[in-house]
Design a binder for this molecule. Structure first.
Ligand code: NAD
Length: 498
């Protein structure tokens, strides 16, 4: 029977601790167990910080912001510290990959080499460190002849940031929030998902060894209660959140108490539009089915889970989608030949199986999958890659984020119809278009209401802003917009003759 405990013991995972005000705290309060999704074995015992731990962490971050050197430090010194963190992450990328796989079951090959890797997190820190000396304001010309007032703006750090993370990419979601927050001069309290703490603890140890002054970076662990205490805390100036829309809505409502700034990276129900003039139906079908069945088995926010396929190429598309799933290998996540992840929790697994039932009941045709593999894997949370055809965009499986290995194929006849179906969604995170017609590529990409869209593929890059419209989020992460989101603009008017 599959077990991950030998790897856990080899790495030497110890119980979790909180990191507050430059010190590790052995927590006296309640603890909970972190469970591995591929076996449901216990991998670690983690503190639940609750209100008390959150209060300590926020007051340390508050003090470090209001009185400490970090927001006032020269750009070159702050940049040096961030670069040293990037270097240290790179030196420890292999250990981080193992911890990520021990956190969420991502196959080790992807933990090591994909955009979820430590290498990518190091480049995110490196990239944001290069903005530190380029966060600038503007000066403005005189408005009237007799006016002698010089107007200018400064970008100042927003204050204390609360970062609340999801479980699915623990290395890069940490980097995408911590690196720009620190680069802008903010102080921060991070709460990882209660499902994945090991990467966050290791990255915290890296930050603890750096020259960051005490209180600039703090880590609290825990579940919804701890997240709520953090997002409601009056000492916090900004919440940056990645997770589900339902929690995002709660965070936005809670922000009203002191008008916290809020950035939300939420879920999606992205569409891929496959036109008959695509260069390769095979590429489109294997890519789209591959995104739903390998790496995190469809548990990635930007995955196109609605494949809108022109009726003239439908048979070919379905043939290659079916061929692709023959490549899927479940099993030991530390075996480099494993291609796919388990489902993160038993609860999420029953939710996905419920969606599969609802698809059948609403009249979609299940072409393959919908069931679970047995034998050696029966202790874990696994669902076979699933494909529904004849899906109508009104069905629940086409409207709600399933967050699992389920691809819904929706037929279309005309470009206008495909655009209408793609836009008929509460979500607007990502999407892609497969076509070899350049005019169509631009026309359709401009017509689809999402935060991003790929042409003949889909990619993200930490230098480039990413985020959603509609229920997929608020604000952008990455690039200049990503760092400006951690600043406030101050206007200064200098009365020159006074
Ligand atoms: P989740 O919303 O269940 O949990 C996210 C975090 O919120 C966790 O740390 C959790 O403890 C915390 N939390 C829960 N209740 C809270 C509350 N009431 N107040 C404050 N914090 C609370 O999401 P998840 O299951 O970890 O992640 C999956 C979701 O994240 C999917 O919807 C996925 O699409 C989305 N996601 C989006 C992006 C993006 O960039 N847009 C990236 C990754 C994941």
């Amino acid at each position: 029977m599959l077990s991950v405990l030998s790897v856990r013991d080899k790495i030497g995972v110890s119980s979790g601790r909180l990191y507050i005000d430059g010190r590790w705290h052995q927590w006296e309060g309640p603890h909970f167990n972190q469970i591995h999704p591929s076996t449901n074995e216990i991998v670690a015992n983690i503190p639940e910080a609750e209100q008390q731990g959150v209060n300590l962490a926020v007051s340390a971050a508050r003090k470090a912001f209001d009185e400490g050197p970090w927001p006032r430090m020269s750009a070159s010194e702050r940049k040096r510290i961030l670069k040293s963190i990037a270097d240290c992450i790179l030196e420890n990328e292999e250990e981080l990959a193992y911890l990520q796989t021990l956190d969420n079951g991502m196959p080790i090959t992807y933990s090591r080499y994909s955009r979820f890797s430590g290498q990518n997190a190091a480049s995110i820190f490196d990239n944001f460190s290069s903005y530190v000396d380029k966060i600038n304001g503007e000066t403005f010309p005189r408005l009237y002849e007799d006016s002698n007032i010089q107007f200018m703006t400064y970008r100042e750090p927003i204050g204390v940031v609360a970062a609340i993370l999801p479980w699915n990419g623990p290395i890069i979601t940490f980097a995408m929030k911590v690196a720009p927050a620190l680069a802008s001069g903010c102080t921060i309290v991070v709460k990882p998902s209660e499902l994945t703490n090991l990467v966050a603890l290791r990255l915290t140890a890296i930050l603890a060894e750096s020259d960051l002054p005490p209180g600039v970076f703090n880590l609290v662990t825990g579940g919804a209660e701890t997240g709520e205490a953090l997002s409601n805390h009056p000492g916090v100036n900004k919440v940056t959140f990645t997770g589900s829309p339902v929690v995002g809505q709660k965070i936005l409502s809670a922000s009203g108490n002191n008008l916290k700034r809020v950035s939300l990276e939420l879920g999606g129900k992205s569409a891929a539009l496959v036109f008959p003039d695509t260069k390769s139906v095979k590429t489109a079908a294997t890519t789209l089915m591959g995104l739903c069945s390998t790496i995190l088995s469809g548990q990635i926010c930007s995955t196109p889970t609605r494949a809108l396929v022109h009726t003239s190429i439908m048979d070919e598309f379905l043939h290659y989608a079916q061929e692709q799933v023959k490549m899927v290998r479940f099993g030991d996540p530390f075996d480099p030949s494993t291609t796919s992840s388990p489902i993160i929790t038993k609860r999420q697994m029953s939710k996905i199986l419920g969606y599969i039932e609802s698809g059948k009941e609403e009249g979609a045709k299940l072409l393959f999958g919908g069931d679970t593999p047995g034998d050696d894997l029966r202790n874990g949370n696994w669902i076979n890659p699933t494909l529904f055809v004849d899906v109508n965009n009104k069905m629940r499986i086409a409207r709600e984020e399933i967050f699992g290995p389920v691809l819904c194929v929706i037929p279309f006849e005309t470009e206008e119809e495909a655009i209408r179906i793609a836009n008929d969604s509460e979500y607007g995170l990502a999407g892609c278009i497969y076509t070899s017609d350049v005019n169509r590529a631009f026309r359709v990409s401009r017509s689809i209401r999402t935060g991003s869209i790929g042409i003949n593929g889909y990619a993200t890059n930490p230098n480039v802003p990413f985020g959603g419209v509609k229920m997929s989020g608020l604000g952008r992460e990455g690039g200049r917009e990503g760092i400006e989101a951690f600043t406030e603009l101050k206007m200064i008017n200098f009365h020159l003759d006074a």
